[in-house]
Design a protein around this ligand. Structure first.
Ligand SMILES: NC(=O)c1ccc[n+]([C@@H]2O[C@H](COP(=O)([O-])OP(=O)(O)OC[C@H]3O[C@@H](n4cnc5c(N)ncnc54)[C@H](OP(=O)(O)O)[C@@H]3O)[C@@H](O)[C@H]2O)c1
Length: 415
């Protein structure tokens, strides 16, 4: 059986072949000879601009090392602003500690580094402790930034980080969702205190709603019955209204704060823009009612990069504490920073919402695996309208849309 599995893994048709192995049980943890095999990936060997991206066929395949590991053949990946930032070295100080605490003594041990945080693909192997998945399962996941990314043929994650892909989506469509979904859950649920049961009477403002996190968050909140107001450019109004936004404020013409001040106050604000947004937006929250301002744009990683781990963390902690203290004492409003967190169970819930037609993928652009640098360039131009996706596996039968196509596709359900 072991040799059959290896054959399946490396003949480029792992998805179909391993289907026949599904439910036959996962193998024991072992140091597999497949460690000697290599895979295709886009890597960086140093931080910098788009020129540092390098395609190679010689990256060691990340095999099963721990009992709860799940090895996945990647069909599609997507890009996030974090990938562009990480390519330039953003967050390296803190992320390297997560990757390997001893890396403090060994600079550049993270290279060759594989970027790409989202994946949709097929399980090809599991550790002995994996109970939830089996080879052949179609899955999706958002990869923590301290792990090797999805711009590669194979990725190995823990089973907690992985979830069954929605049946109604192609891999290209599915790859557009996990990282923004886990980020939105972390921000809106874990930090903002919203959930399916308590959202129906809540008024939520989302700034920067036309990008990856925003287009997902609108749909999640509408699925939970919240009233959603958003800010975006005028030319994104059709997109966000189509996703369910109740009120849309164009931030490119006139004073956005003035337009929002005439509205009823909000219970939660999700800030995807940062900068001076909090200066005018916090006053839009209902005072003394447990309202929360949740921003995804914090100085934590920039601080640790520029000041070092200790000073950077202390400085960020002090900033957060001061702002939180000032807002709670002056207006009874909670001020919080939110961060992406891996969360397979949250993706399970998203998967159900997608298959129920409540959440649609928003794919703005897609690129073949040969054009990863072009995909980065697209992202760097800004003005995202949903997500940029990379088709990793050429033999992916589920991919239904054309390569390198650009233009927002809000895909409706196929079943
Ligand atoms: N803390 C974390 O763990 C975490 C995780 C994920 C994302 N983030 C951060 O959260 C932010 C949003 O992420 P994303 O993936 O959604 O980014 P994105 O896909 O690049 O979307 C950003 C959107 O904001 C719009 N925008 C820019 N300036 C705006 C303004 N002043 N008012 C309203 N809209 C504006 C952009 O379109 P136009 O320029 O055309 O208006 C774009 O559609 C990014 O800063 C990202 O780095 C943080």
């Amino acid at each position: 059986m072991a040799s059959v599995r290896l054959l399946c893994l490396f003949n480029g048709k792992a998805a179909g072949c391993s289907r026949t192995l599904a439910r036959t049980g996962c193998r024991n943890v072992c140091s597999s000879p497949s460690r000697l095999q290599s895979m295709s990936a886009w890597v960086i060997d140093q931080y910098g601009s788009s020129g540092v991206l390098r395609h190679t066929e010689e990256i060691t395949i990340p095999t099963i090392n721990f009992a709860h590991d799940v090895m996945i053949k990647v069909s599609a990946a997507s890009l996030n602003p974090l990938d562009v930032n990480m390519r330039g070295g953003y967050g390296a100080a803190l992320l390297n500690i997560r990757r390997d605490p001893l890396s403090m003594l060994n600079s550049f041990s993270e290279f060759p580094l594989i970027l790409g945080r989202d994946l949709s693909g097929v399980v090809v192997d599991c550790g002995s402790g994996v109970t939830h998945f089996a080879p052949g399962d179609e899955v999706w996941a958002a990869i923590p930034p301290w792990k090797q990314g999805s711009l590669a043929e194979y990725v190995t994650l823990t089973e907690y980080e992985v979830s069954y892909k929605p049946k109604s989506l192609s891999h290209i469509e599915a790859a557009s969702i996990p990282y923004v979904a886990n980020t939105a859950f972390s921000a809106l649920v874990n930090t903002g205190g919203l959930c399916r049961e308590n959202s129906s009477n809540k008024r939520v403002l989302i700034t920067g709603a036309s990008g990856g996190v925003g287009t997902f968050s609108i749909q999640l909140l509408k699925a939970w019955g919240a009233h959603v107001t958003v800010t975006c450019s005028q030319n994104a109004e059709g997109l966000v209204r189509g996703l369910g936004a109740d009120e849309v404020v164009d931030y490119t013409s006139g004073d956005v704060a003035e337009k929002l001040e005439v509205m009823q106050r909000f219970d939660v604000i999700l800030d995807n823009v940062g900068g001076d947004t909090e200066e005018w937006a916090i006053g839009l929250l209902k005072p003394w009612s447990g309202a929360k301002y949740v921003t995804l744009v914090s100085p934590l990683l920039l601080n640790t990069d520029s000041m070092g781990l200790l000073d950077g963390t202390l400085n960020a902690g002090l900033t957060l504490h001061n702002k939180a203290f000032q807002n709670i004492t002056s207006s009874g409003v909670f001020y919080r920073w939110a961060f992406y967190a891996p969360d397979g169970p949250a993706l399970d819930e998203v998967s159900r919402l997608v298959d129920a037609g409540k959440i649609l993928p928003v794919v703005e652009a897609q690129f073949p695996f040969t054009q990863v640098p072009q995909a980065f360039q697209k992202l760097e131009q800004g003005h995202a309208r949903g997500k940029t996706v990379v088709k990793v596996a050429e033999d992916d039968e589920c991919i239904q849309t054309a390569e390198s196509e650009q233009g927002v596709q809000v895909t409706s359900q196929q079943n």
